[in-house]
Design a protein around this ligand. Structure first.
Ligand code: GRG
Length: 303
């Protein structure tokens, strides 16, 4: 399960394939009524994505000594990894709708509302969200830990996290945000779900409060770094590499780390956040190696 012998790219690929199977199993089959809705849900979730959030769940789960049955913890990590990917997929489907970012390309394919229709895409997102919480509720670990996990995901996805960050993002189009305002928006919109992925891995594995604190320091830095790099890629990568429309932020007149700090300033800030993330892992020792590699991947990625 830990696959410690694998080089990082192979480990990430094995984890991505594994969570793909888990998601495939948990999603209703495409011929179950209402078939079009289930087809759209499966289209939105399966067959693409870097699966960074799932990888963070697994890596955090193996960064702390497991308390309780390893079988139950491993099964629960699968539920949690699938749950964060379901919430993430729902957010992308809704973000791409004409009433939000109005995008036609995602993960190298037509967005869900283009492939199906707007109402189906909206319902697919709506239905993915509760499925995530159902999976957490079905984790075979202590009920108190299940409760904590549900609370963490609910907070991260809601108005004080991702949905709230998206609301600030939509309101900020055409405005100039101060650096702290930009940081708040990004930490909520993108960072909260990445941080929740790390926290869920720790909760499921039964992490001590000291370990949870170390995980949280790492997660806050990595969550923000992810968005800083996303802003950089929006101006430096092409659509083939990104699998989505680049240059959208500038076209939409959105404040970004590149517009605030310049390209080099944004790169330097991402590097600082990487250092902060790696330092935070200190108390966890060697078992946090995959988290350290994920921080490098997030900051150095090209897509
Ligand atoms: C609609 C409630 C609601 C929220 C939307 C996450 C989000 C909020 C919008 C996505 C828009 C966006 C491109 C944000 C930048 C960071 C980000 C989340 C990029 C996509 O995540 P990746 O790169 O995607 O992990 P893959 O496809 O690899 O899973």
């Amino acid at each position: 399960m830990t696959q410690n012998h694998l080089a990082f790219p192979d480990w990430l690929s094995v984890r991505a394939q594994h969570v793909e199977h888990v998601l495939d199993d948990f999603l209703p089959a495409a011929d179950v009524l209402p078939a079009r809705l289930h087809e759209a849900m499966r289209y939105a979730v399966l067959g693409g994505g870097k699966r960074v959030r799932a990888a963070l769940v697994y890596a955090a789960g193996q960064a702390v000594p497991v308390s309780g049955s390893a079988v139950a913890v491993n099964a629960s990590l699968d539920h949690a990894a699938a749950a964060v990917e379901l919430i993430h997929a729902y957010s992308l489907v809704h973000d791409d709708l004409p009433c939000m970012d109005d995008d036609t390309l995602r993960r190298g394919r037509p967005t869900t509302h283009v492939q199906f229709d707007e109402a189906t895409a909206m319902l697919a997102g709506d239905a993915l969200q509760p499925l995530a919480f159902e999976l957490l509720a079905r984790m075979p670990i202590a009920p108190a830990l299940v409760g904590q996990a549900v609370q963490v995901l609910g907070r991260a996805a809601g108005s004080l996290g991702m949905a709230g960050g998206q609301a600030i993002d939509l309101l900020s189009v055409g405005t100039v945000l101060a650096r702290d305002e930009l940081q708040t928006m990004h930490s909520m919109k993108t960072g909260a779900m990445l941080a929740a992925s790390v926290a869920l891995g720790g909760i499921v594995a039964g992490a001590s409060s000291q370990a949870r604190q170390a995980l949280d320091g790492y997660a806050q830095a990595v969550g923000l770094a992810f968005q800083v790099v996303d802003d950089i890629l929006d101006v430096t990568a092409d659509s083939a590499a990104l699998g989505k429309t680049p240059g959208k932020d500038a076209d939409d007149n959105k404040p970004t780390y590149v517009s605030l700090l310049g390209l080099e300033g944004a790169r330097a800030f991402a590097g600082e956040l990487r250092q902060t993330a790696l330092q935070a892992l200190g108390p966890l020792g060697d078992s946090s190696a995959r988290l350290a590699q994920l921080a490098d991947f997030i900051v150095l990625r090209d897509r």
